[in-house]
Design a protein around this ligand. Structure first.
Ligand SMILES: [Cu+2]
Length: 97
């Protein structure tokens, strides 16, 4: 079991969190995905065979440009269930439509 932390851009609302989770969850070896909406941090745990680059690729393809976060020693990534909905007064700049 290992953990990869990603820094993800373009998440502004709960729907984005859902999209990001759905983009990562089916990938090989992924057993859990924790998204912190406010910091844009995503923590993926599982039997991840590679260095996490495939996670970055998948997320970017899903419309959320991601980079590997350098330190894996952040405090717990607490999922943020809800922010301003992007369809109701959000900035509109997030990856979901
Ligand atoms: Cu959104």
């Amino acid at each position: 079991m290992n953990v990869v932390d990603l820094q993800v851009e373009g998440m502004n609302c709960g729907s984005c969190v859902k999209h990001v989770t759905q983009a990562l969850q089916p990938l090989p070896g992924v057993s859990s995905v924790d998204v912190d909406l406010q910091s844009g941090r995503v923590r993926v745990s599982g039997e991840l065979a590679q260095d996490g680059a495939f996670l970055v690729t998948a997320l970017t393809a899903a419309g959320y440009p991601a980079t590997l976060a350098a330190d894996a020693s952040t405090s717990s990534a607490t999922p943020q269930p809800e922010a301003s909905g992007c369809h109701s007064g959000g900035t509109g700049s997030c990856g979901c439509r």
